[in-house]
Structure formats: structure tokens, C-alpha cells
Write a protein that binds this ligand. Structure first.
Ligand SMILES: Nc1ncnc2c1ncn2[C@@H]1O[C@H](COP(=O)(O)OP(=O)(O)O)[C@@H](O)[C@H]1O
Ligand SMILES: [Mg+2]
Length: 370
């Protein structure tokens, strides 16, 4: 059981601010993924939560108790790292039991907790093996098991799957999700891999340059990215982003990009520089005539992904990416005309990089920026 509250947390390394004034509440039972590119401050933030790094300023509360300056061992949190340093000369059972040696736990309880963790992670038949006799995935499970035996109030994990091969990563992702469901514990998980974030998180926190860009469910982050950064970071292929402008004509808001103008919604708005975003799967052939944004270009490259295909369309100097089913016949060098429905068009203020929302009430207007 653990609710973690972070208030104004900052880490200043000499002239570099790795974590910049972060406010974040992690509810009991959340699976929070801290997601962002390398160097954005994920590990630094996690280490401060763990008590391995003293914050420059700000506060950390666990279940209401201020733990900001409490040493790691007094926080009852378990940390699982990318490199799962198991003791090579000890069996799986002894590796699992190791963290209990420093706690005052009876022999019977120790045995019980080790078996409980082994059962939870499917390691029962491997208890007598040495780490070198295990696969990478099994070793990673032992590392998680070592956190489990301590029965911590929350699990902190820093890129625990990044040393595993692709197939194993997929399996272990599922195992971690199941484990989270079973334990109903709080997980704080660091990764730069958006697929891990999308598949496991109940809440994703997207970090950029030590600051939070967006907090949301995987759906919110994908369907309504709060900034150009998030739009470009989440999703594969990333969202198409075109520089353009908004203006009003004949009672409609219109967008101009790539030299052509398209009608978005009824309403008015002052002239404004925007970035127009749409996902590859929302660029559809059947919207070529009717779409709010229309694309007319030449197919430059096609990638076959098995179940679907991704086409790179040259429109002037720009490349736009489309994703469609394999039943659609695409040929390199052929013309490609398609469109995006207004509901699937995202607008971002070019000056601030933030999302602009179209609101109907009381009068149609763009919230935020305008
Ligand atoms: N001990 C340190 N001293 C100075 N700079 C550091 C230290 N640890 C991390 N940094 C810097 O802080 C930034 C964030 O690092 P980190 O939290 O490790 O990023 P991430 O885990 O997101 O890749 C990076 O620019 C990194 O170089
Ligand atoms: Mg890191």
C-alpha cells in the first residue's frame, strides 16, 4: 500500500537541472510509467523517490509521511535495475532470500516469502539453479523476485527489460502486468520505450528536459497528446506534424499547410501559426475528397509490416506517413491522394508547442492559445 506524492521536486547537478520542479501524485495501486528520451531525468527522479539521491529542493511524501530526507532503507520501497546483479555463486533460492538477511525475519517466514515470490514468478522449479544456468528472462524474474520478498509498499523499476531480446521483452511485459494486477501494489517504472509504457501503464508521465509534458492514461496520451513533443514521441510511426496556419473564411476555420488550404470547422479564429498533426492511420484514401486536411503526393517508399503497410508520401519537400491495410494496392512512384477527418486533426500552438482544443461552448473558439 503506497501513495507517493511529489511536490516541486528538483535536482540540480552543478549547471544542469536534471529534474525541474516536478509535481506528481502516484496513487496506491497505480502502474506509473515515467517515459521520455534518454537524458530527460527519469533515473534521477526515480533515484530521488528511492532515497538514493538527495533532492536539491522539493518534497516526497509516502502515505502522507514526509520521507524527503529519509534514507533508502527506511522507505520500504524496492528497486529493480536494468542490470540485474544477481550473486553468481548463490542459488536462485539464496539470491531470493538475500534481501531478508538484513531484515529480522524468522527462518520459517524467510522460507515462506521466498516460496511465495518463486510461486508468483514461476521460479519454483529453478530454486536450486545458479544464475548462469538461467535464461536472461529467468534472471530478470529472480531480480524482480528479490524485490518481491521484501514485501515493499512500492516497486521502483529502472528499464528492467532493456537487456532482454524482443520476444522475451514481450513476455516479461505481460508477466509484469499480471504481477501488478495480482499484487495490487504501486509500481513506478522507468523506460524510454513507448511500447512498454503503452502496454503496461495505468498512467504515463512523459518527461522532457526534466519537466512533465503530460500525465495521462495510454489512451489520453495517444489520442490527445498535450504537446508537439508528446505527439512526436508517442506512436510508431510518430504523428505527422506539419507547420501551417489558421485563418477564417466564409464562417469556417481553415488550415493552410503544404501550400494547400482545407476547411476545418464552422467558426472563426484570428490568424495563428500552428502545427497540424494527424496520425498515419487517420490519413485515409476514402477521405481524399471530404477530409478536413487533404494530402496529394507521390509514394516514395512502402514498408510491409505484415498485417499492415506504411507508405511514405512525398508532398513537395515534405514526407507524410500513411498506414493502411494490406488489401490496399500501393505502388512506389504512384500518386497518393487521401484525407483526414476533422475529428482526427490535432492542432498545436507553434509558439508554445501546446495542444489547442476546439471548444463548442459558448461560441466555437480555440481554447488555450487564442
Ligand atoms: N550524478 C550526475 N552528475 C551530473 N549530471 C548527471 C548526474 N546524473 C545524471 N546527470 C545528467 O542528468 C540528466 C538526466 O539523467 P538521467 O536521469 O540519468 O536521464 P534518463 O534516465 O532519463 O536517461 C542527463 O543529462 C545526465 O547526464
Ligand atoms: Mg536512465
Amino acid at each position: 500500500m503506497s501513495r507517493i506524492e511529489i511536490v516541486g521536486l528538483t535536482q540540480q547537478f552543478k549547471d544542469h537541472r536534471a529534474v525541474d520542479n516536478i509535481d506528481l501524485t502516484i496513487e496506491d495501486g497505480d502502474f506509473v510509467v515515467l517515459l521520455g528520451p534518454s537524458g530527460c531525468g527519469k533515473t534521477t527522479l526515480l533515484r530521488m523517490i528511492a532515497g538514493l539521491l538527495d533532492p536539491t529542493s522539493g518534497q516526497i511524501l509516502i502515505d502522507g509521511q514526509d520521507v524527503t530526507h529519509l534514507p533508502a532503507k527506511k522507505r520500504n520501497l524496492a528497486m529493480v535495475f536494468q542490470s540485474y546483479a544477481l550473486y553468481p555463486h548463490l542459488s536462485v533460492e539464496k539470491n531470493l532470500a538475500f534481501p531478508l538477511n538484513v531484515l529480522k525475519v524468522s527462518k520459517e517466514e524467510k522460507r515462506e516469502r521466498v516460496l511465495g515470490a518463486a510461486r508468483a514468478l514461476g521460479l519454483e522449479s529453478l530454486l536450486h539453479r545458479k544464475p548462469r544456468e538461467l535464461s536472461g528472462g529467468q534472471r530478470q524474474r529472480v531480480a524482480v523476485g528479490r524485490a518481491l520478498v521484501r514485501e515493499p509498499s512500492a516497486y521502483l523499476m529502472d528499464e528492467p527489460l532493456s537487456n532482454l531480446d524482443a520476444k522475451l521483452r514481450t513476455n516479461t511485459r505481460q508477466e509484469l502486468s499480471e504481477l501488478h494486477d495480482r499484487l495490487s501494489a504501486t509500481f513506478v517504472y522507468v523506460t524510454h520505450d513507448q511500447v512498454e509504457a503503452m502496454t503496461m501503464a495505468t498512467k504515463i508521465v512523459i518527461l522532457n528536459g526534466g519537466r512533465i509534458e503530460q500525465i495521462g492514461t495510454p489512451e489520453q496520451v495517444y489520442d490527445a497528446p498535450a504537446s508537439i513533443f508528446v505527439a512526436g514521441f508517442v506512436g510508431s510511426p510518430p504523428m505527422n506534424l506539419l507547420e501551417g496556419s489558421l485563418s477564417t473564411r466564409d464562417g469556417h476555420v481553415q488550415a493552410t499547410a503544404l501550400g494547400s488550404t482545407s476547411r476545418l470547422w464552422p467558426g472563426t479564429c484570428p490568424e495563428h501559426k500552428v502545427t497540424i498533426g494527424f496520425r498515419a492511420e487517420h490519413l485515409r484514401l476514402e477521405e481524399a475528397e471530404t477530409g478536413a486536411v487533404r494530402i496529394d503526393g507521390v509514394i516514395h517508399q512502402i514498408e510491409n509490416l505484415g498485417g499492415e503497410q506504411v507508405a511514405y508520401i512525398k508532398v513537395g519537400d515534405h514526407t507524410v506517413v500513411a498506414k493502411c491495410g494490406r488489401e490496399v494496392t500501393l505502388e512506389r512512384g504512384e500518386r497518393f491522394t487521401a484525407g483526414v477527418r476533422a475529428a482526427n486533426v490535432h492542432l498545436f500552438d507553434q509558439a508554445t508547442g501546446r495542444r489547442m482544443e476546439w471548444v463548442e461552448e459558448p461560441a466555437p473558439a480555440l481554447a488555450d492559445a487564442l
